[in-house]
Write a protein that binds this ligand. Structure first.
Ligand code: PNW
Length: 443
């Protein structure tokens, strides 16, 4: 089983960027050398994490970073996407924590020395807890604190970074964290979710201005996740439900970036559910971006509901990954082509795509054939979108290695490298070898 693409695919050219991705809280460990984040607090709250685990050790990447850089190199990738832990690089008073900054500087220098391009995300969900104590993303002031953090860290890292993303998946922070409460900080109210989303988008716009000023030579943008929405039955009611779900979960985060407004579904919200938007906010939010990062895992299917705008339908008989997400690669092509029609997009990077599988380490090997098949079908789905005119410049596998999978703890494995959490031993899975072979097959 291998990952292959049509012979003429632009994804087989050397200038198509292949990478692997991680995030700070999910791999770093060494929680004792940084400030607490909202995820530390959430993990310490009984019932929030499926295996009652936390990020105190995770993959011990802060201690093992040198061997992890060698591991990344061994996969033959062009780029590595990581995130910076805000609570590791800043003190409570807003000054830089030089010890934390030095960790990232040595990591970036080691990557650069090996010719690996660093893609850096400034916010992958680990908000300092003291900022949450002042209201977190419900407090408009947090957007300005983020702008200040962005300015300081970008200046400290100098010209080491190939690409900066302001945020990873505002949907997850706002909706999962503040609207339904299954992610940190665990707040649950419609108005909270909508307000958090607005302040995160505002923070993105403010930070984009700082990035273009202090790091004009890097590719600067944002990473959004999309779960394309399909109608269950092919009738007007279900098509409408799917359209509304798409507006609420997907378009809410991209439309303001290009069209300076929220989608129409905002008019269906009660007044006290709508976000407070100040004059000029959309002009800040809609800063030009050098690239759009897209994370794709699955689709969702919707029908109508009596008391809600839409209701998701479980595709009972469909193939699914170990986390219960339907495997439906056609949605990836549909997503890219439809976004390309709706918006005038900058170049796209697929900043995450991958699958959780119930991996077993046997004789020092992991035969994750289903994951290879997932990568094969999804890379070909991207290729099909490129063939119909979408500009995609690179692709990152989620994830470099198994790690702390948020509310699922360590129970779900997304890595192309297996991690034994007892010994911290890393073993490249069959999918990691197949990914390396695809990368090496380019001309
Ligand atoms: C993304 N959803 O999370 C994150 O960027 C990663 O940190 C994470 O490990 C990976 O995907 C796998 O989960 C998501 O419910 C979590 O729609 C949930 C959703 C989407 C993305």
């Amino acid at each position: 089983m291998k990952i292959s693409l049509p012979a003429q695919s632009p994804m087989l050219s050397k200038d198509f960027i292949y990478g692997v991705a991680t995030a700070s809280f999910q791999i770093e460990g060494s929680a004792d050398t940084r400030l607490p984040s909202i995820w530390d607090t959430f993990c310490a709250t009984p019932g929030k994490i499926r295996d009652n685990s936390d990020g105190k050790q995770a993959c011990e990447h802060v201690k093992l970073w040198q061997q992890d850089v060698d591991l990344i190199e061994s996969l033959g990738v062009d780029a590595y996407r990581l995130s910076i832990s805000w609570p590791r690089v800043m003190h409570k008073d807003g000054s830089l924590n030089q010890q934390g900054v030095n960790f990232y500087i040595q990591l970036l220098d080691a990557l650069i020395a090996k010719g690996i391009k660093p893609f850096v995300t400034l916010y992958h969900w680990d908000l300092p807890q003291h900022i949450e104590d002042d209201g977190g993303w419900l407090n408009r002031e947090t957007a300005y604190l983020f702008e200040d953090y962005a300015k300081k860290i970008v200046q400290a890292l100098g010209d080491r970074v190939y690409s900066y993303a302001t945020f990873n998946e505002p949907f997850c922070s706002a909706f999962l964290g503040y609207e339904v409460g299954i992610h940190a900080p665990g707040k649950a109210k419609v108005s909270y979710g909508r307000q958090a989303a607005h302040h995160i988008l505002l923070a993105h716009g403010l930070a984009m201005q700082a990035l273009q000023q202090y790091s004009p030579n890097s590719l600067n943008g944002i990473v959004l996740n999309f779960t394309p929405c399909y109608a269950n039955a092919n009738n007007a009611e279900d098509r409408n439900a799917a359209e509304l779900a798409d507006q609420y979960h997907n378009q809410w985060y991209i439309k303001p970036l290009f069209d300076k407004c929220y989608p129409d579904i905002i008019d269906k919200l009660a007044d006290d559910e709508k976000p407070q938007v100040e004059a000029g906010d959309f002009d800040i939010i809609a800063q030009p971006i050098d690239f759009l990062g897209i994370n794709f895992y699955t689709r969702a299917v919707y029908t109508t509901s009596e008391n809600e705008f839409f209701q998701q339908v479980d595709m009972v008989d469909a193939p699914k990954t170990d986390i219960g997400w339907e495997i439906y690669p056609q949605a990836f092509t549909d997503l890219l082509t439809s976004l390309n029609e709706k918006y005038s997009l900058p170049p796209i990077f697929i900043t995450e795509n991958g699958a959780a599988m119930a991996d077993k380490l046997e004789n020092n090997q992991v035969s994750d054939i289903d994951r290879i098949e997932y990568y094969h079908s999804h890379l070909n789905a991207v290729n099909n979108a490129i063939s119909s005119g979408v500009t995609v410049a690179g692709y990152f596998a989620w994830s470099l290695m198994d790690n702390f999978e948020w509310a699922e703890g360590y129970l779900k494995r997304f890595g192309i490298v297996y991690v034994d959490y007892q010994t911290q031993q890393r073993t490249v899975k069959a999918s990691g070898l197949a990914y390396r072979d695809l990368i090496n097959a380019r001309s």
